[in-house]
Design a protein around this ligand. Sequence first.
Ligand SMILES: CC(=O)SCCNC(=O)CCNC(=O)[C@H](O)C(C)(C)COP(=O)(O)OP(=O)(O)OC[C@H]1O[C@@H](n2cnc3c(N)ncnc32)[C@H](O)[C@@H]1OP(=O)(O)O
Length: 413
Amino acid sequence: MSLDIRTITDADLPDWARARRTGYLLPPSVSKTELAFRRELMDLERTQGAFDDGRCVATYRSFTQRLSVPGGASVTANAVSNVSVSATHRRRGLLSRMTDRDLREAKERGDAAATLIAAEYPIYGRFGFGPAARVTEWEVDVARTGLDPRHSGPGDGGRVDYVDAAEVREHGPALYERVRAVRHGLVDRPDVWWRRNTGALPVDDGPWAEPFFVLHRSAEGSVDGLLVFTSDDRWEAKLPHQTATVLDLVAVTPAAERALWLFLLSADWITRVRTGHRAPDDILPLLLPDPRAARVVTHADFLWVRPLDVPELLRARTYPVAGSLVIDVTDRSGLAGGRFLLEAGPGGASCAPTRRPADLTLSVAELGSLLLGDESAVRLAALGRVDEETPGTLARADALLRTGRRPWCADVF
Ligand SMILES: CC(=O)SCCNC(=O)CCNC(=O)[C@H](O)C(C)(C)COP(=O)(O)OP(=O)(O)OC[C@H]1O[C@@H](n2cnc3c(N)ncnc32)[C@H](O)[C@@H]1OP(=O)(O)O
């Protein structure tokens, strides 16, 4: 048996796409539409396949992504996706070999980190990824919210309008980039993302069901929020029982965010709202007179980050207070380890290799968890995953690294 891992060519794509579907337990046949979509989407030079006697049995691809860090700057990440190993070939090291090769190439390219959305929690820690941003999904029982049923539009002088897909393609990209500048953890949405999510780029053969698109405009007329939702068509005994499912709700200003939630929660016939994946500290529950009307239905790890260039990552983000920290980062794969001095303050930060004694020792995966401010060094130390070499450093690390709002990655990729 010859098992060969290599980047794929265009001629391999149908076989590769079939292997991906099989690995994800989806009906294996690949439509022409899916192939056309994949040709637009994928960079074949960064797409690996494992071939057993010529048949594709494992898939892996990566692409360049921009990830917003605290303060709103973005770093270049190597985003990993479409990882699958057929059940016939599992636990023979195929994922390990593909990941190792991809991370080495990303390091050589100079990417600051690698990112992914993990299918299952135990898979990626061993490769240096740490959970960096969580998501929460709520289900809102509208009748119990206590909201005034006479609500009729934003009270801030702004307006909400139903728009069509073309208007979303026109206003969405700039709006979303403005949101990324004020919210960390968000990954960029390239043109192909907007076309795919507005029906302009079909993913499969089925008809595209257009969702409801709503834009919020401020009193000055600037587009500062987007809501995308679907609704089921459920009635019982002449009573509406519609569940609205939020596919997207992003806003530049808190006023626009509040206006879009209140718009959806006040729409006639909608008795239940599923929020989709929000940041765990989303304003939604506390927007309701009775926050218990929003029941948590999902709360889980979501975005995983694997540091590749520690100084660059720590320099790119902002810090709420002044302070310094020497961290000793261990990395079994030899990609990003070392001892680094971070000197940070509200005006900016420097970070470089140092010979000074370490204040904290931690693995590269734990640094990935701390980077966006969602995890606490004190908590990781209690778990034995961070060692405090200098007393008092854990509290200092949390004061420096934690953020007022939690990171949020809105997209599966
Ligand atoms: C970013 C994304 O695309 S997420 C999507 C990931 N894909 C899936 O979950 C689809 C279904 N599962 C699969 O395709 C495969 O089982 C994969 C990709 C998860 C793992 O591929 P494999 O080739 O079996 O992994 P590999 O043999 O390299 O395993 C390396 C180590 O990770 C462990 N591991 C791998 N997958 C898992 C898992 N799901 N749960 C726990 N441990 C795991 C292995 O046991 C092994 O540990 P060891 O070195 O201590 O023996």
